[in-house]
Ligand binder design. Sequence first.
Ligand code: NAG
Ligand code: NAG
Ligand code: NAG
Ligand code: NAG
Length: 289
Amino acid sequence: MGLWLLLLLLHFHLVLCVFLPAPFNVSISSFNLEHTLSFLPGAQTPSDASFTVQVLRSRKNSWRPVAACLELKVGQMCNLTKAFKDLFDHYRARVQAVTPNKTSNWTVSGWFQPVSDTVLGPPDLSVSGCGNCLILQLRLPAATVLRQNLQLKDLYREFVFHVQRTRDATQFRLNLPYEEETVITYLQPGVEYCVTVSVTSLFNSITVPSKPQCAFTSPPSQRSSLPVVFSLVGVFSVLAFLLMGLVVYGSQLSFKLLSQRIPRTLVTHPTVSAGTCKIKCSLSHQNLL
Ligand SMILES: *[C@@H]1O[C@H](CO)[C@@H](O)[C@H](O)[C@H]1NC(C)=O
Ligand SMILES: *[C@@H]1O[C@H](CO)[C@@H](O)[C@H](O)[C@H]1NC(C)=O
Ligand SMILES: *[C@@H]1O[C@H](CO)[C@@H](O)[C@H](O)[C@H]1NC(C)=O
Ligand SMILES: *[C@@H]1O[C@H](CO)[C@@H](O)[C@H](O)[C@H]1NC(C)=O
């Protein structure tokens, strides 16, 4: 009799349970070793439903609730940074919808390993010019408190700088170890370069580059002096033209004055008539031959 009642209750419970749809798209995202679980409620989830989260460590093999994520509302995320303590362990998370008399099935995330699945953001980068060189200053992200005495910067292997000259997009790449300040020399002075930086990790993490930071190697004096040179040349050529004009006009004027003063007989060109005579003579001479 007791068994029948139990089965009946169980059946009743199942009928009630099965109706609440399970959450979906349960995924873990992670940036600079801060891990966040997100999910979507199943279709027709009642608005009074809340969601509860549990995590599994591959080394422990039992699901444990996440204290801060027992009653999440739709759209809220679960901060798993503390729950995934061991950087090198593998974890899963699962989410269930809950109403006062119903629970949904659990939806389980994929496996997640903090050290390899986190996205490593770039350090803060500032760039300034120093003549024919650039000074790159790096500031690491605020130290996330990590276990095993590791710091975020212990995960970095190298810093990859992409340097691009703005004028013609000529670019090169530098892989350097961490330095607070790095100087890139032998650049063109008075020219703008843009730099981005990203990190590479010992554990194959996914990284994102910084936004480009741009600076002139030195104040663009040559560049700004170019228009000055051009305008000076312009002014000089205008002056030269004026001068030439004056000279021509002046000479014409003096020629006119001269021709007015000199008697007409002298102005006729006796050389021309002499020349034509010469040509004519030579022609007739050739004909004779
Ligand atoms: C819950 O899971 C069981 C078995 O895994 C499945 O038969 C059932 O359809 C699921 N219920 C819902 C609402 O998805
Ligand atoms: C759920 O995840 C799938 C695959 O990751 C994606 O294509 C889809 O757009 C997501 N759905 C929503 C509503 O975000
Ligand atoms: C998540 O938790 C960590 C550790 O408690 C904290 O440093 C971080 O700011 C939290 N992130 C968010 C988005 O609240
Ligand atoms: C859930 O329980 C409440 C009272 O606790 C009741 O009013 C409501 O009708 C129940 N809902 C369903 C779907 O059984």
